[in-house]
Design a protein around this ligand. Structure first.
Ligand code: CP
Length: 334
């Protein structure tokens, strides 16, 4: 993958070399993300940030990442506030917004919609999540987090054991992450979900064809002795009805007592967030907040680094970031 001017729509575009290149670039973004330095390398560039489905982390971190590189962000949120609500096609919207922007990040509730949009765009489009299909930038930041967290324990992604928990049917982050992990060797996957919310067969087949070991179960007990536990939210917005989604809410709660009973002492807990903290769901209990192995906030922080790296590579400024560096004059509280 050359990155410059390319759309980023699916994890299928990446290989181990391109991932290493993204992660190396992300590491270089740390001083800017931590505000110890500034860079204006994207001064004058515009990000079109189009989110037609709710988002906190992805939308804001795309915007922050672009601002941290010195660029400007123009944003639209929600279907009703865009001309899509008047019947405009994704193709026409893309033709218009791409003449206003240098790069576009987009989220949309339909699978394949971001690809359809990219077909009409004259600038690179980055997929911020298309329905239950893919969330490639989340998968990259998840992989980056896994690599860092395991390295802190002297471990590597090759040979690790990951337990994915919850809504594996509609959870696009586990689909994308599983496909990326197929680029590595000898991983043990434990897929824990209600039978009705099992990982799609196509993803299971991809994992199996990569030579990884898979256990599929609907039980938490006895299956959490993993290096990584990746918890997910019941994706209620993708269910045919709220009543249907409610059947599964709170089925796989993880709290400190369960962690102590079933996990290893250094099992890393991840979640793409948002975690459903309503009392009838409580996917990751607040009593885990002081557990040093709860990596969810480090994981979200890494999203800024990865998205900065993708902008720098797509707009071909990765090697110019330091050249446009300047001081940070304001007080930093972090
Ligand atoms: N992880 C993630 O996609 O979060 P948001 O829905 O808040 O963007």
């Amino acid at each position: 993958m050359h990155f410059t001017g390319e759309h980023i729509l699916s994890v299928k575009q990446f290989n181990r070399d391109s991932i290493a290149h993204i992660f190396h670039t992300a590491n270089q973004m740390e001083p800017y993300a931590l505000r110890t330095k500034r860079t204006n390398v994207l001064d004058g560039a515009i990000l079109g940030n189009l989110f037609f489905e709710p988002s906190t982390r992805t939308r804001v971190s795309f915007g922050c990442a672009f601002n941290l590189l010195g660029g400007e962000v123009r944003e639209t949120t929600g279907m009703q506030s865009s001309a899509l609500a008047k019947g405009e096609s994704l193709y026409d919207t893309a033709r218009i917004i791409s003449s206003y922007s240098d790069v576009i990040a987009m989220r949309h509730p339909q699978s394949g919609s971001v690809q359809e949009f990219a077909n009409g765009s004259r600038v690179p489009v980055i997929n911020g999540g298309d329905g239950a299909n893919e969330h490639p930038t989340q998968a990259l930041l998840d992989l980056y987090t896994i690599e860092k967290e395991l390295a802190a324990h002297g471990q590597h992604i090759n040979g690790m054991h990951i337990a994915m928990v919850g809504d594996l049917k509609y959870g696009r982050t586990v689909h994308s992450l599983s496909k990326l992990l197929c680029l590595y060797k000898n991983i043990r996957f434990t897929l824990i979900s209600p039978n009705e919310l099992a990982m799609p067969q196509e993803v299971v087949d991809t994992i199996a064809n990569a030579g990884h070991h898979i256990t599929i179960t609907d039980q938490l007990a006895g299956h959490l002795e993993a290096d990584i536990v990746y918890q997910t939210r019941i994706q209620e917005e993708r269910f045919p009805s709220q009543d249907e989604a409610n059947k599964y809410r709170g089925k796989f709660r993880l709290n400190q007592a369960i962690y102590t009973q079933y996990c290893k002492s250094n099992t890393v807990i991840m979640h793409p967030l948002p975690r459903d903290s309503r009392s009838d769901a409580n996917e990751l209990d607040n009593d885990l907040n002081l557990n040093p192995n709860l990596a969810i906030f480090r994981q979200a922080d890494n999203g800024v680094l990865i998205r900065m790296a993708l902008f720098a590579l797509t707009l071909d400024v990765a090697d110019k970031v330091t050249q446009y560096e300047c001081e940070v004059p304001w007080h930093r509280s972090r």
